[in-house]
Design a protein around this ligand. Structure first.
Ligand code: HEC
Length: 160
């Protein structure tokens, strides 16, 4: 009887020792967290057509479908990727792995994405997947010696 009581106590203590883990449950990856991150970390500003000029007043169903507005500079002309199609072709684990070593041409802030925690990367992924694939692929990258088709934002050359 005493032995059993001690065992119960042991089980209870083990449970308590685990409780800090349980307490961090709100950091669990989730769609709502992903939506929040997309909004506050500025992904829509470039990856959603007209998002910045319209002060964010773009229907959510059009979010992250890429933008045909090019960004031209010494690197050539880049177009914000359609992330709804991009994520549809990746598994969640593939995205987390890729995000940790992500690089892209300017003005994509890949260094900010690398700083996200695994939980946040997973949340971001789950949110974008919850929206589903939509839209067309963004225009292809044009190297510096090629004239881009369509409107561009022109960056000045950096000072020498
Ligand atoms: C200032 C504009 C800008 C912002 C802000 C921005 N992006 Fe981008 N992003 C781009 C451009 C432009 C490209 C295409 C770069 C290229 O062609 O190399 C790109 C490409 C990407 C790619 C594809 C990289 C690859 O594998 O080729 C991913 C993924 C991505 N962005 C995710 C994000 C996420 C997530 C956010 C928000 C945290 C974000 N971007 C914010 C402009 C931006």
């Amino acid at each position: 009887m005493r032995f059993e009581a001690i065992m119960r106590l042991a089980v209870l203590t083990a449970g308590l020792a685990c409780s800090p883990l349980a307490a961090s449950a709100d950091a669990k990856p989730g769609v709502e967290r992903g939506r929040y991150l997309v909004k506050v970390s500025g992904c829509n500003d470039c990856h959603t057509r007209d998002y910045a000029p319209k002060g964010g007043q773009v229907p959510e169903k059009a979010w992250l479908t890429g933008d045909p507005l090019g960004w031209r500079g010494p690197w050539g002309t880049t177009y914000p990727t359609n992330l709804r199609l991009y994520f549809a072709e990746l598994s969640e684990d593939e995205w987390v792995r890729r995000a940790k070593t992500l690089t892209a041409r300017p003005p994509m802030p890949w260094f900010n994405v690398r700083e996200m925690t695994n939980e946040d990367l997973r949340s971001l992924y789950r949110y974008v997947r919850s929206l589903g694939p939509a839209g067309k692929p963004a225009p292809a990258y044009a190297p510096p010696n090629r004239e881009p088709i369509g409107p561009v934002v022109v960056f000045p050359s950096p000072p020498k």
